[in-house]
Structures are given as C-alpha cells and as structure tokens.
Ligand binder design. Structure first.
Ligand code: HC1
Length: 602
C-alpha cells in the first residue's frame, strides 16, 4: 500500500493504482480523451495532465502508476494553461462545424471546449473538409478531419475485438489513423460491429445514418411502414433522454414509434422465438445424424444471429462456416415473414411495404444489405436504425420518451416473450435455446433443473462460459417435431455441452481451442456474439457504453424476462399460429427453409 494526497485529501491505495483511478474514486473530475474504461491505457492525448509535487513536468494521470507516496494537484494555473493549450492544438486540426456534426451534443471534445471556455482559436480552426469522408461501408462512416488521434478506435479494433482494421501511420504531427493500405472501409476486413464508433469521442466515426430514408418512407402515403424493435435498444434508449441506465422503456418506445408515423410496431422477440425453434431443431437434427446414422454434421453448431460474428468467421476462419446455424437472424426472419405472411394476411402488396429494424447494432445495417437476404422476393429488411438514430428521430419530433404513455406491440406477432428479450444479453440465445430444447425433448419443465427456469451459469460477463446438461430422460415427441423424429431415444443419457462467448477476441480464443482439439471442440452448441456483453453492448447503443452500463442494461433485460408471461419460445402463441397457418410444413420444412434459413455466400 502507498499514500497519496490528492488536492489535499489523503488516501492509502494499492501500489500500481493510477492517479486517475484515485481521483475518480474521490469524485474529482479530471478531463480525459484517449482514456476509455474498456480499453488499455494509451496516455497519449495528455489532457489529463496533473501536477505531482516535486516533479518538474506535468504527468498524465491516466498512465501515472503510484509506486511511492506522492502529493498531487489536479488543478492549478499551470495545469489549466497546459490543458487549454492541448485543446487549442486539437481544435486547430479538428474540422468543426458542430451544428452539422452527428455528435453535436454528445461530443467529448465539444464538452471540453465548453468546460474550458474556448471562445477563440489561437492556432486557427479549419471549417472545410480536406480529407474525403469515407461512406463506402454499409455500417460505418469515417470522417478523418474530425479525428483527434486518441487511438480509441485502434484499441477497440485491435485489442478489444482482435480484428485489426485500424493502425497508426507516420510519426509526429504527420501521424494519422489508417486502414490497411489506406483502403476505404468496404475493402478492409471490418466486421461492422461498430465498437470503434461507440468509443470514438468525436464525430470521426459514426454509423451510416438512415433516418432521412426512414422519414421519407413515413411521409409517403403509399407506403406501409413496419418497424420491428430488437431486445437491446429498449434497455438503452432511455439513456439518450437522461434516464439512468437499467430502465427499459419498451412500451413508451412503442408509443413514440406510432407518433412518428410507423403503421405497425412489432417485437423482434417474436422472431427470436422463431429462431430458437428453427435453430434448436437444426441442432437436434445434426445430433440425430451423427449419433444414429454415423453422419458427420459439423458440430459444435454455432449461433448465427450476430452479423458481426458471422462476418468475423467469414473473414478469419471460413472453414467453420458449416458450423454456423443456417437459421437467419431474428431480424432477417422477421423481414421475410412480414413481406410474405403478414402481407398475405392483410392483403397488402409487399412492394408497398417498407421494413425497418431498430437494432443496437451497426452490423445489422450490413446484414440487411447482404445480397442473399431477399428470400421473400424483396429485400427482407429495407432500413436499419440504431438506438441512437431512433433517439434522434424522437428528439426531432419533440418527444419526451420517458414520460410517454405505454402502448403494447401490434398483433399478429404478440406480446413480449422472456426468451426473446434475453437474446439481447450475452448467454441469452443459449438460455432460450436450452429452455426450449430441454422441454421439447424431455417433456419436463426446465424449472425442474434450474430454479425459476433461469440458467444463471450462462449469464453474466465472464469472457467464455461453459455449461453441461444431461438429458436424463426423454418424453414423447411433440406434435411440432413429429415430421422429423419418431422418438428421442438417441438423446437419452447424452450430456449436452454448450459454451457462450461475447466479443470477437473471445471468439478467437474459442476457435483456437476448437482447432487444437480442446474442450470446446467437444461442445454441441456455442453462442457467439460480436459485441462485448452481447447486443446490449452493441455499436449502435447510446454513448457512453462501459461495463457498469452494460450490467445495468442486462438487469433491465432480465427484469423484463422475469415479468413476462411467456418465457419459452415454443409457447409463443404467435409462433404457433405462424406454423399452423403459414409455415404449414412445420419447423425445418420446405417453406421455413426458404424463408427462414440462408447460406452465407461470401
Ligand atoms: Fe440482437 Fe438479435 S439479440 S442479434 O443481439 O438475435 O442487434 O438486441 O435483435 O436479429 O432478437 C442485435 C439485440 C437482435 C437479431 C434478436
């Protein structure tokens, strides 16, 4: 332990603690830019300079590790002057037209300029772009004239996600953030996860904004505009309206969407349940083939609902593509069901329908645009909005979201399903899958194995989670699966082994383990999500996002599951009706395959 006096307040801390950490614990605000809770320390922007008494030069508090007793001042004339100087230099290179910037009102540089009372630019301030804005990606826009070289994007992409799109080129005042070969974003190995966007302090990186296209559709009298809302945005959108993280505004959001003019508001949880049926059946069929027919179906089966993860596999380990479930993501399933079943049922010409997906994710925009995603005969999904974009739309029409009245989701796709909602947190797809698979196969309630049906072992933020569940008995084959199985005897006594991981760096570890024949190669089913924490930590969620906020959003999601009446996907009435009235050859049947499954072609 070691003593530190900071602004006259004495503390004893563990050796190696940084000055910034001590200041935070005392509620002392030191400005930061390159620092981010989720990332390793860079210590490069120097805005967090403080005085360590006895040292001649100012020290970066984020990277100063306390190894001996010290006294620190976090504000003084010298510090203020230095920080202002740094800000002035940054603003001299930051092409700033704050009014037209997507981050206006949520920019860390703008906030600092306000805090430090910047009223003039001693080193100048360019207001015309000199570098071309890269809009080539379907998800992410790069505007390097707004870059302040904090390298958060580099650390997000290289360290956190282990993808490695960005790097630093040149040195000194010529340095800049580059992509491989300075290519544009559509020609690099970007997985579109947007983790860089979520950590960018300025408007240098942002999602491809589709709000204008959506407004245009809403204003077109000849269009029937339908939106589906994913599980994670409801647990995050309140943050854009000053609500503390951890409160779901699902039903208030429905009211807001109707106010904006959406004709129908549906819950992606419906198609998450549909995914569980199709993906769960696929797993059972793979197991049956391998266990009884000497088949060599690819196992473990990998989940396929996170488009960033799918792209990661395509870029870095395509030999495992056959392990990916062929089930489309809930977003895409819903799109094709809207443009077929829903249109048929309501006598609407699908060409007049515009499908919008509200997602916490920037990669969902990419997924919507994938060439193969048009099994309905039309684009399954026309536009993807992030949580941030919807927040902007609500603000534009003056909505006070937290205080709106509540509205239910529209029929015919039913109310909230607990299994669907937990898709938004890491482990949620697995938990939903286990709930349904166990009950369909054994005929017993999952509550007989896990208290309240909550499979806690796959919850939480551990990097990689592992669970086993022995099928100790089998029941009658339920009606829903009779066309595929005569009995489930082949599963009797089988111990299902599953794993869950989130963030592509962890995915890489699991793939390496499988490659080396490690314990994960023995798994039957693995959930992969590209973003840390799962979708609730998606690149399109409110900024900031950090561990504490992810945990709060997870609490909101699991709370919604606890309060829901339907907790198991196969019990979702709307799903049962869909199979009864439209996908009449049942799960895994010809029609379901055409509309709900895909083959990745890149
Ligand atoms: Fe997700 Fe999914 S949970 S991928 O994290 O399977 O984005 O929220 O909508 O499609 O349901 C995202 C969230 C989302 C899909 C579902």
């Amino acid at each position: 332990l070691v003593d530190i006096i900071i602004d006259g307040r004495k503390r004893t801390v563990k050796k190696g603690t940084t000055i910034l950490e001590v200041a935070k614990s005392l509620g002392i605000k030191i400005p930061t830019l390159c620092y981010h809770d989720d990332l390793c320390i860079a210590g490069i922007c120097r805005i967090c300079l403080v005085e360590v008494v006895g040292m001649e030069t100012l020290q970066a508090s984020c990277s100063y590790s306390i190894e001996r007793a010290i006294e620190v001042k976090t504000h003084s004339h010298k510090i203020r002057k230095a920080r202002r100087h740094i800000l002035d230099l940054m603003l001299a290179n930051h092409v700033g037209e704050c009014y037209s910037c997507i981050r206006n009102g949520n920019c860390e540089l703008q906030d600092l300029a306000e805090d430090y009372g910047i009223t003039e630019y001693p080193f100048g301030h360019p207001n015309k772009n000199v570098k071309p804005v890269d809009c080539s990606s379907m998800s992410i826009v790069r505007d390097m004239d707004k870059c302040i070289l904090c390298r958060r994007c580099v650390r997000s992409c290289v360290d956190l996600q282990e993808v490695g799109v960005f790097g630093v080129k040149e040195r000194g005042d010529r340095s800049y953030i580059s992509t491989f070969g300075d290519r544009n974003m559509e020609n690099v190995i970007c997985i579109n996860c947007g983790q860089c966007v979520n950590r960018c302090p300025t408007g240098a990186l942002h999602e491809k904004d589709q709000t204008e296209e959506v407004w245009k559709a809403l204003e077109d009298k000849n269009k029937h505009v339908v939106i589906q809302t994913a599980p994670a945005p409801r647990a995050g959108i309140g943050e854009l309206f000053g609500v503390a993280p951890g409160k779901s505004l699902t039903l208030e959001m429905n009211t807001g969407l109707k106010y904006c003019g959406f004709d129908m508001v549906f819950d992606t949880c419906f198609s998450a349940d549909l995914t569980i049926i199709e993906e769960g059946l696929e797993l059972l069929l793979r197991l049956k083939k391998n266990l009884t027919e000497g088949g060599d179906e690819a196992l473990p089966q990998f989940t396929s609902c996170s488009p960033g993860w799918v792209k990661y596999l395509e870029h870095f380990n395509p030999k495992y593509i056959d392990n990916l479930s062929t089930a489309k993501s809930p977003q895409q399933m819903f799109g094709s069901i809207i443009k077929t079943y829903y249109c048929e049922k309501n006598n609407i010409d699908p060409k007049d329908v515009v499908t919008v997906a509200l997602m916490p994710c920037t990669a969902k925009k990419f997924e919507a645009g994938r060439e193969e995603m048009c099994d309905s005969g039309y684009r399954d999904i026309d536009y993807g909005l992030t949580t941030r974009e919807l927040g902007k739309m609500f603000k534009e029409v003056g909505l006070d979201l937290p205080n709106l009245e509540k509205s239910e989701f529209d029929d015919p796709f039913g109310g909230i399903s607990g299994s669907g909602v937990i898709f938004g947190a890491t482990g949620g797809v697995m938990e939903s899958g286990i709930r349904t698979i166990y009950e369909l196969v054994t005929g017993r309630e999952i509550e007989s194995v896990f208290e309240a049906g909550e499979i806690k072992v796959v919850r939480g933020f551990d990097k990689i989670k592992y669970a086993e569940l022995t099928i100790d008995r089998v029941g009658e084959v339920p009606e829903l699966l009779k066309s595929h199985f005569e009995d489930f005897e082949f599963l009797k006594g089988v111990t299902l082994k599953v794993a869950v991981c989130h963030g592509t760096a962890n995915a890489k570890r699991v793939l390496e383990n499988i490659e080396a024949g490690g314990e994960f190669s023995e798994c039957h089913f693995i959930e992969f999500m590209a973003c840390p924490g799962g979708c609730l930590g998606g690149g399109g969620q409110p900024i900031p996002t950090n561990e504490e906020i992810r945990k709060a959003r997870a609490r909101a999601i699991y709370g919604e599951d606890r309060d829901s009446e339907i907790k198991k996907s196969y019990k979702n009435e709307a799903v049962i009706e869909l199979y009864g009235k439209f996908l009449t050859d049942g799960p895994g049947g010809h029609k379901a395959h055409k509309l709900l499954h895909t083959k990745y072609i890149e």
